[in-house]
Design a protein around this ligand. Structure first.
Ligand code: PMP
Length: 404
């Protein structure tokens, strides 16, 4: 189990009493990532893959070394299967608009879970409409898990893609992605895993799981905003028609035509987010030193503690399974709007998110109009959870004494 001293690696907590429970939105940065970025801005501010003087070559090497570190981090055997993007949203849209738009035909089916984040729903909704294909949903069971029996009925020979999050950003559930991958492949469909909440909390091994596509964001795992990762099987990445063309991704250009570079550079048109990628490299180095198994255990322990404490309180509804997989817990205080709860907690120095959490169909399926979400990361402590529960009790008392 990680001890509380790990917080000392994060300068934000040194001068700040905020109890930060909005880690599913984005994470704080360790000093090591900040130092590395400062150094890179001072010493390595060169463009990549262009100039052949030594200083620029060093930055290109550093950029490509991060590609290798990312591949290792998720168990990918080939660096060519790693494309740097801006974010999870960007990666999914790249696959949707560069690949599936040319694959999906009228009558085909795309399967998503009802719990998808909008980023893994809207691109498929739009393609389904444009191509007169059908969007099919995997529903959740009463304990907030994906209904795998129903999934086995929904996924069929017309399915071309199963697009699911490994971990729901609302319920915090780890979905049965091994079974879904097997089901998809049995029907010759592809599977795209949204790993935005998975990559930050758990070890990933794509060589074991064998998804066709997998996407995540750097900023939810200690890296700067504006950098993300798309993993794709190389033969599939080869088939993407790059939505963006321009500098760097070409081999040769004449008046009428151009020929393209190899993957993955072909899919990284223009000057990439060099500093973001270098920052992601530092974040991965830091996470490897902590150990993803330790991160997983600590977050799961905190999530379980929040769940156990909240579910004992009167007038509190906690959504999802009694067994927690991650550090994300979603709930409501009955009769009090989630935004009021979040504002009351804010006044007590606690940051949580309230609303739809970019997963409106799920919130509607839970028969509510908004929820409060507390999401922990490995630098949160058990003491913070005690103070959070105390604040929930005081919030309940406050609203009850004034009526609502
Ligand atoms: N999918 C999931 C499951 C998420 O939690 C998020 C971020 N909340 C996203 C996609 C989108 O990530 P980003 O905003 O970094 O593109």
């Amino acid at each position: 189990m990680l001890n509380d001293e790990i917080r000392n690696d994060f300068p934000f907590f040194k001068d700040n009493d905020l109890i930060y429970l909005d880690n599913a939105a984005t994470t704080q940065k360790p000093q090591m990532v900040i130092d590395r970025l400062t150094n890179d801005y001072v010493n390595n501010s060169f463009n990549v893959h262009r100039s052949n003087y030594m200083a620029a070559q060093k930055t290109t090497d550093a950029y490509e070394n991060v590609r290798h570190a990312v591949a290792k981090f998720i168990g990918a055997q080939n660096d060519k299967s790693i494309v740097f993007t801006n974010s999870t949203t960007d990666g999914i849209n790249l696959v949707a608009n560069g690949y599936f738009i040319n694959q999906i035909q009228a009558g085909d089916e795309i399967v998503v879970a009802i719990s998808e984040h909008h980023s893994n729903l809207l691109p498929w909704q739009r393609i389904a409409k444009q191509k007169q294909a059908h969007l099919r949903y995997i529903e959740i069971t009463t304990d907030g898990r994906l209904n795998i029996n129903q999934a086995a009925e929904v996924i069929n020979d017309s399915t071309k893609l199963v697009a699911v999050a490994a971990v729901s950003n609302v319920l915090g559930t780890l979905n049965p992605i091994e079974q879904l991958t097997t089901l998809a492949h049995q029907h010759h469909a592809q599977i795209l895993i949204d790993a935005a909440q998975w990559a930050p909390e758990m070890p990933i091994d794509v060589s074991e799981l064998k998804p066709d596509w997998l996407v995540f964001s750097g900023h939810k795992m200690l890296a700067p905003t504006g950098v993300g990762v798309l993993y794709g099987k190389p033969d599939l990445l080869e088939q993407i028609l790059p939505p963006a063309v321009g500098g760097e991704m070409v081999l040769s250009v004449d008046r009428e035509h151009f020929t393209q570079q190899q993957i993955p550079i072909r899919l990284e048109a223009g000057t990439p987010n060099v500093m973001g990628v270098l920052g992601l490299g530092a974040a991965i180095e830091y996470l490897n030193s902590v150990g993803m198994q330790n991160v997983q255990e600590h977050c799961q322990m905190l999530g379980q503690k929040i769940y156990n404490r909240l579910s004992k309180l009167d007038d509190v509804t906690v959504y999802g399974s009694t067994i927690r997989d991650t550090g994300i817990v979603t709930f409501n205080i009955n009769g009090i709007h989630a935004h009021d709860v979040a504002s009351a907690l804010d006044l007590r120095g606690i940051a949580v998110r309230a609303g739809y959490h970019c997963a409106e169909p799920l919130i509607k399926a839970l028969h509510t109009n908004s929820t409060v979400r507390a999401s922990t990361y490995f630098y949160n402590t058990e003491n913070e959870i005690d103070r959070f529960i105390e604040a929930i009790n005081l919030t309940k008392e406050f609203f009850n004494s004034y009526g609502h």
